[in-house]
Design a protein around this ligand. Structure first.
Ligand code: GLP
Length: 244
């Protein structure tokens, strides 16, 4: 779906999420959202906050699972995804803190394997993710599933690509301070989500959007797996769609 700009696109996606939350409320069911960080979903979260404040959209039945977190990472660090989610969404809506899940960047390494299995089990116990929001890395990563991630990959500790670390290094004031690893939801759980919406804005995403949507389905571009998802939409602004 190509929109004139990221603002109109973000509003349309927020509307879909709001409608889903309301349908689930009417059914007295939880609404399980898979959430992403990065610059791409910021406008979406701003619109969801507006819908909460101005139109009374409640998030009390929302259970969220974030895609990823740097490792190691303290939750109150300025670059943590915990802080990002609080700043852009959680602190401004009525979602219950106990319903917000973000991979824990403080675990000892030996505890990560079991923790990741439990993260997936919690999602499975709720019947899976109803709607997954994704951004896309310049190399086609989704979450932190870097090039080479398999379609059945599980939630796990991963090494970050050099290109991903370079992109993040501005936030960490230098490559030497940028984490080398992260915990990410695996491709398998992303592909099992009932609905997937990937957001990409700007000319700088246009090449990888072309590769992901018109190129072969390949582990070198993990976003290309979405071609095989039954209910995935790639939402773009004009600039991001310019190479299609
Ligand atoms: C990070 C995140 C991804 C995100 C990507 C793109 O690597 N872990 O989930 O999609 O950045 O970020 P942006 O939206 O800022 O381009």
């Amino acid at each position: 779906l190509v929109f004139e700009n990221s603002i109109s696109a973000s509003k349309a996606v927020a509307k879909e999420i709001a409608d889903l939350i309301k349908v689930k409320q009417a059914q007295k069911q939880p609404c399980v959202l898979g959430l992403a960080t990065g610059s791409s979903p910021k406008g979406l979260y701003a619109e969801l906050v507006r819908l909460h404040k101005e139109e009374g959209l409640s998030f009390k039945n929302v259970i969220s699972f974030n895609l990823d977190e740097y490792y190691p990472m303290e939750p109150d660090s300025v670059n943590s995804y915990v802080r990002f989610m609080k700043e852009h969404l959680f602190n401004h809506v009525d979602i219950l803190p106990e319903n917000c899940h973000i991979p824990d960047g403080t675990l000892p390494k030996t505890a990560i394997r079991d923790y990741c299995d439990q993260y997936e089990s919690k999602i499975e116990a709720l019947g899976g993710i109803d709607l997954q929001i994704l951004g896309i890395g310049g190399n086609g990563h989704i979450g932190f599933n870097e090039s080479g991630s398999l379609q059945n990959s599980r939630t796990r500790l991963v090494a970050l690509d050099h290109i991903t670390r370079v992109a993040a290094s501005q936030d960490f004031s230098g490559l030497e301070n940028t984490p080398r690893t992260a915990i990410t939801l695996g491709v398998k759980k992303i592909m099992e989500a009932k609905r997937v919406i990937l957001l990409a804005w700007g000319e700088k995403k246009s090449n990888i959007i072309k590769a992901s949507t018109e190129g072969p389905v390949t582990s070198s571009v993990p976003a290309s797996y979405l071609q095989e998802h039954d209910n995935a939409t790639i939402v773009l602004d004009k600039a991001a769609s310019s190479k299609l």
